[in-house]
Design a protein around this ligand. Structure first.
Ligand SMILES: Nc1ncnc2c1ncn2[C@@H]1O[C@H](COP(=O)(O)OP(=O)(O)OP(=O)(O)O)[C@@H](O)[C@H]1O
Length: 258
């Protein structure tokens, strides 16, 4: 289990995370939702050790107890794709194994590469890959050290429906095998279908997404995740204000017509 405890982070005068605490459990998929700029990537970078928090701790609970150095236990797919455009896919796997001080595992690599339909592309330069192929290669490199916790920042962005379906199925299998999976996404349907836990960040704070009072009434269908998300984040009110302002702008333009 991954435990984030009272995390805060500021960039200069801007506070990006305010006292954020949560847990990510083995065998479950957790979605991290939130509007643009809410702090999702910052939070994932802190949790994966790429960025240092101002205060708070991140710990991983193992059978041997709580550990603070858990780099080997985490696999991370950041939002930005591999920049090693002048390496082949195979060379990137080589580099990743070297960084992790691991031997290559050709059989396992072949199985993953085939599952993601990347076979045939591994001796090509990454710079010639499509967006989806880069995403898939990123997933292979994140899995090579068999992490117990897999963290992905917007993994479905830019994937075609087939690739999304494959990735969803693979992530579900990974969680079912007792690993913890945490994904940030803007896709509420993905979060609802795929994840049993949902975290929502807004302005650096985790919001309470518990169902509304009405959804517990007998005979009333439960509130959708989208409805709860819009209510908790206040986005429905923001959208109504934006729409009114938009109409106002259109009316002013119409009145200004010669
Ligand atoms: N290195 C940085 N220096 C200064 N400000 C930063 C830095 N990284 C992020 N920020 C700011 O922190 C805030 C949160 O950014 P972050 O990328 O974590 O949001 P996000 O929820 O992932 O957004 P999106 O959904 O648009 O990807 C933003 O206002 C962003 O401008």
């Amino acid at each position: 289990m991954l435990i984030a405890h009272h995390l805060t982070k500021s960039f200069g005068a801007q506070t990006v995370l305010r006292d954020v605490s949560f847990e990510v459990h083995p065998g479950r998929m957790t979605a991290l939702l939130g509007p643009n700029g809410a702090g999702k990537s910052t939070l994932l970078h802190i949790v994966t050790g790429l960025l240092r928090q101002d205060s708070g701790v991140v710990l991983v609970e193992t059978q041997g107890g709580l550990v603070a150095d858990f780099r080997d236990l985490i696999g991370f797919c950041p939002d930005d794709l591999p920049q090693a455009e002048l390496l082949t896919g195979d060379e990137l796997l080589d580099l990743t194994a070297g960084i992790r001080h691991r031997r290559r595992a050709p059989e396992a690599e072949r199985a993953l590469v085939e599952a993601l339909h990347l076979d045939g592309a591994m001796d090509r330069l990454i710079g010639t890959y499509s967006h989806g192929m880069k995403r898939k290669l990123q997933l292979v490199t994140a899995l090579l050290h068999s992490p117990r916790i897999l963290i992905l920042d917007e993994p479905f962005r830019g994937l075609d429906p087939e690739s999304s379906a494959i990735l969803k199925a693979l992530l579900a299998v990974y969680a079912e095998r007792g690993n913890a999976v945490l994904i940030s996404t803007h896709d509420l349907l993905v979060a609802e279908q795929l994840c049993t836990e949902v975290l929502v960040l807004r302005d650096g704070e985790l919001l309470d997404l518990s169902p509304g009072q009405e959804s517990t009434a007998v005979g009333v269908p439960p509130e959708t995740l989208e409805a709860r998300f819009l209510r908790a984040t206040g986005i429905d009110a923001d959208a109504a204000r934006a729409r009114d302002r938009f109409f106002e702008g259109l009316d002013l333009l119409r009145d200004a017509r010669p």
